[in-house]
Design a protein. Structure first.
Length: 278
């Protein structure tokens, strides 16, 4: 995997003036509602702050945390460097996972069977439930929300967007996973190792729900040893302490919907792995 290190002063919050050449729209964003920026000088992605997501990162990366499962899950989350304010807008500073890649290919999988919290407006809850019921989310606990694969023949990308990912059935979903992963056998092996570890870790977490979060997979088609697997998008993640934000605050179990999604992806990757030459 890419061993690029980023040397930064990890300040919780700072305010800087935008410099025209330092920031640009992230060219490899495949999903999400906010526009991501990239810091070209420091190899970072800047994501507009959502209160719940900011609290999630601050909580996970707190050095005082004693929960062993939370400590272990940090490995699967992009490195966090606090927040920054640019022209009055506050952003999270996260490691840019595709920064050193020449031909990055990216897949975003929306995980879990529940994509809403109870404090959302009723109409948004209805829409979220309908999207789940009409996609692979309901049965598999996962759906594609974005995919970009570099095509060296055209020097461009073939893409699958959020709307297309929501409307494909189980068979096409599995075909699309194969289309993405078969181009990088190393990512298949690494993903299986990582997802099995995540299954164990999340199974140990009680009362923490990764609602509407994603797994992000990526590799560099130009360098087969550069790839990653990360959990992202925690704007709706919540815990029992937040009470009404989850479906049943009396349930202190693990996030079973997310675990279902992990099982579905693991099962398909195992099938893909069986077709690869060792």
């Amino acid at each position: 995997m890419d061993g690029t290190k980023i040397e930064l002063i990890n300040e919780t919050s700072q305010s800087i003036a935008q410099q025209p050449n330092q920031y640009a729209t992230h060219p490899h964003q495949v999903a999400g509602h906010g526009i991501l920026l990239q810091d070209n000088e420091r190899g970072l992605v800047l994501k507009p702050v959502m209160k719940a997501e900011f609290e999630f990162y601050e909580n996970i990366f707190s050095t005082t945390k004693e929960d062993e499962a939370l400590k272990r899950i940090k490995k699967y989350i992009p490195e966090y460097y606090g927040s920054v304010t640019i022209n009055g807008v506050k952003y999270l500073q996260l490691k840019n996972l595709t920064h050193s890649m020449k031909q990055p290919c990216v897949l975003d999988l929306k995980m879990g069977t529940q994509q809403h919290t109870n404090d959302m407006p009723k109409e948004k809850i209805k829409i979220a439930i309908r999207k789940c019921q009409q996609s692979t989310t309901a049965k598999l606990g996962v759906r594609i929300t974005g995919m970009k694969i570099y095509d060296p023949n055209t020097n461009g990308y073939t893409e699958l967007d959020r709307e297309e990912g929501r409307n494909i059935g189980e068979e096409i979903f599995l075909e699309q996973l194969g289309r993405f992963f078969l181009k990088c056998p190393g990512l298949v092996h690494q993903s299986l190792d990582d997802l099995r570890q995540l299954r164990e870790i999340i199974g140990q977490l009680r009362g923490l729900y990764f609602i509407s979060s994603s797994l992000l997979f990526g590799y560099d088609l130009a360098h087969s040893d550069r790839f990653f697997v990360k959990m992202i998008d925690f704007g709706h993640s919540c815990s029992l302490e937040q009470g009404t934000r989850i479906k049943d605050s009396s349930d202190a179990g693990p996030d079973v919907g997310y675990l279902l999604g992990l099982e579905s992806v693991i099962r398909q990757l195992e099938s893909i792995q069986s077709t690869l030459k060792v």
